[in-house]
Design a protein around this ligand. Structure first.
Ligand code: SAM
Length: 301
């Protein structure tokens, strides 16, 4: 199952849990595979709902997981100023849920990219189920052609993996049509000193991410947008309690309820590591280490 990926951790950086690690292209891809290249049923089962978003939802009293996923996605559509016929790109498209939702509900024409090939058949089947005009491709964002194509580009909890975030913004600038929108959601450290944390909980989160989690502060992300000629249109804060609920009432509950089946698609060690990583994340939220924002910005010429 996952044994072939274990050597990834043998070369784990050992100087504390330093963030902003730089890897060559191949090593980064293998490291990302450590987290994402598992049987898709693992993530589909844990995330649940109709859209299987592996990212925080936005909750209201009495919401189901599907409603909470859609509430977040509708916020994205508003921030992207989405209208029928718009060409949009989802960078880090997971298992296709968000892109298919936008194409199905808002009439967009979508292209999703990922570095995780096992997710592609699931995304394509979802597009077919909804008759959505959405295509999917395995490609690292650095290899995307620099052609003005899209009215909107978005990411949801993906840029944490990008060491060169400024380079990513420059790439998006080159792919957006004039006045196009870029919308990114991510957790942000509430203080820059948090990146030096070396406690065992942070170490565990880093291990599960194979040391590809480059959390930043909000101010750093805003500065990089400015430097890459994006005009900030909205910084929409989502209270961390929405993430707590997504993990506690959704993902951890699904892990408990479907443990037997999950252990058929992955190893007991991976199951335990993943469960512990979710619990460590909740601890970090309680400590006030993170805030969460969707940042909408517009391409300046
Ligand atoms: C936390 S998941 C989020 C998935 C999706 N956005 C969602 O909300 O359900 C991160 C995704 O980013 C993708 N990813 C990570 N690094 C990437 C890169 N350099 N280029 C393209 N996709 C990447 C992974 O393959 C995975 O699909």
């Amino acid at each position: 199952m996952r044994e072939h990926l274990d050597p990834v951790l043998e070369s784990t950086p050992t100087d504390g849990r330093k963030l902003y690690q730089t890897y060559d292209f191949d090593e980064e891809t293998v490291r990302l595979a450590y987290h994402y290249e598992v049987d898709p049923e693992f993530f589909i089962t844990i995330t649940g709902g109709e859209w299987n978003t592996y990212s925080s939802c936005i909750w209201e009293d009495g919401f189901t997981m599907t409603q909470a996923q859609e509430k977040k996605l509708d916020k994205y559509a508003e921030l992207m100023r989405l209208k029928p016929g718009d060409r949009i790109m989802d960078v880090g498209c997971g298992w296709g849920g968000p892109l298919v939702y936008f194409c199905h509900k808002y009439g967009a024409i979508g292209h999703g990219i990922t570095v995780s090939p096992m997710a592609i058949p699931v995304a394509e089947a979802r597009a077919e189920k909804y008759g959505a005009d959405a295509t999917f491709e395995v490609i690292h964002w650095q290899n995307l052609p620099e052609v003005e194509t899209y009215q909107a580009i978005f990411t949801d909890e993906v840029i944490v993996h990008f060491e060169d975030l400024g380079g990513f913004f420059a790439k998006c600038h080159s792919m957006l049509t004039p006045g196009g929108m870029m919308v990114n959601k991510e957790l942000h450290f509430t203080h820059s000193s948090h990146k030096d944390w070396a406690d065992s909980l942070s170490q565990h989160i880093n291990k599960v991410y194979a040391f590809t989690g480059n959390y930043r502060t909000l101010s750093e992300e805003l500065r990089l947008l400015d430097e890459n000629n994006f005009r900030i249109k909205n910084v929409y804060e989502i209270a961390m309690d929405h993430y707590r609920k997504t993990i506690d009432d959704g993902w951890l509950k699904n892990m408990r309820d479907h443990k037997e089946r999950l252990l058929e698609v992955t190893t007991a060690e991976h199951y335990d590591d993943f469960r512990k990583y979710l619990k460590c994340s909740l601890f970090g939220f309680r400590k006030g280490a993170f805030g969460m924002h969707i940042i909408a910005s517009e391409k300046m010429s």
